[in-house]
Design a protein around this ligand. Structure first.
Ligand code: AMP
Length: 282
């Protein structure tokens, strides 16, 4: 595996790899089993002939909260080891100063899907995501890129970006990887207190109960209300949102038969966790 930290060296390393598939997995580091699953899927998709590129870049532009950025975990050595174990060919690890010009003046804003869910409480977050992913796409120029459904809204917005800007890259959504007790794996989980860590799996349990209620006929408003009440009863939690939305538009369900999504964001102390579950009514 090559570890590359400049744009120039990345372009050079990729120059003779363009005959096959180049599969890209962007990350912010502090890698865990969720990331590993994306990297392994990338290796499989690329095949023996193709090339797997992972970026590890804590993108300051997508953080709407300085404290969250400052306390974001960082495990650079373990990250590189995990990449190597998962079959990554190139780890791209730029620093912020080399990624962004001091007087950058272009922004990239998705104006529809970004207004819902996390976009409503994290101003500028998805514009920062679109900007960095677009830059990384231009640097790597992959054939394919893999994103986790844990960040469901991010994946939906990036699909829009690729569609609306005619970016010639195929996006793949990967299933959520969880701890044995159901908590979605997240780099932020290590920052939970033992009490909060013990309480957090209740998010998943309540999402499963709400899914069952919805799929057996309970109406959307009741599901949303009961889920919110159940989440608010978790010790130590502050619910940011609990929404039942159309899985494609991320806005209100168009018809009861549309594929739907239950999405939750909840604070435990100063740690914000997200999770979601897809729903389908027969
Ligand atoms: P991050 O480092 O948090 O920006 O995540 C990098 C990629 O890994 C994103 O596409 C995430 O959706 C994905 N990811 C993070 N956690 C998980 C998880 N538990 N299961 C599946 N994918 C994940």
């Amino acid at each position: 595996m090559q570890n590359i930290s400049t744009k120039q060296a990345l372009r050079r390393a990729l120059a003779d790899k363009r005959s096959g598939r180049i599969v890209f997995v962007p990350t912010m580091g502090a890698l865990h089993e969720g990331h590993a699953s994306l990297l392994r899927q990338a290796r499989e998709l690329a095949g023996a002939e193709g090339c797997v590129v992972a970026s590890i870049f804590l993108n300051p532009v997508q953080f709407d909260n300085a404290g969250d950025l400052a306390s974001y975990p960082s495990t650079p050595e373990a990250d590189l080891k995990l990449c190597e174990t998962c079959g990554v060919d190139i780890a791209f690890t730029p620093d912020p100063a080399s990624m962004y010009e001091g007087d950058r003046s272009i922004s990239l804003e998705e104006t529809n899907l970004s207004t819902a869910l996390c976009g409503a409480t994290r101003p500028g977050h998805f514009a920062g995501v679109c900007l960095v992913v677009n830059k990384l796409f231009n640097l790597v120029q992959p054939t394919d890129a893999i994103f986790g459904k844990k960040d469901y809204q991010q994946l939906a917005i990036l699909r829009r970006m690729v569609r609306d800007l005619d970016i010639p890259i195929t996006l793949h959504g990967a299933e959520i990887v969880r701890e044995a007790d159901g908590l979605a794996r997240s780099s932020r989980n290590v920052r939970l207190t033992p009490e909060h860590r013990a309480a957090a799996p209740a998010i998943r349990q309540n999402l499963l109960a709400a899914k069952q209620a919805y799929e057996t006929g309970t109406n959307a408003d009741d599901v949303r209300r009961d889920l919110t009440a159940a989440l608010e009863a978790i010790p130590g939690v502050r619910v940011d949102y609990a929404e039942l939305v159309d899985a494609e538009t991320l806005h209100e369900l168009r018809t009861p038969a549309s594929p739907a999504l239950l999405a939750v964001a909840a604070w435990f102390g100063d740690v914000r966790l997200i999770d979601n579950i897809e729903l389908q009514r027969a």
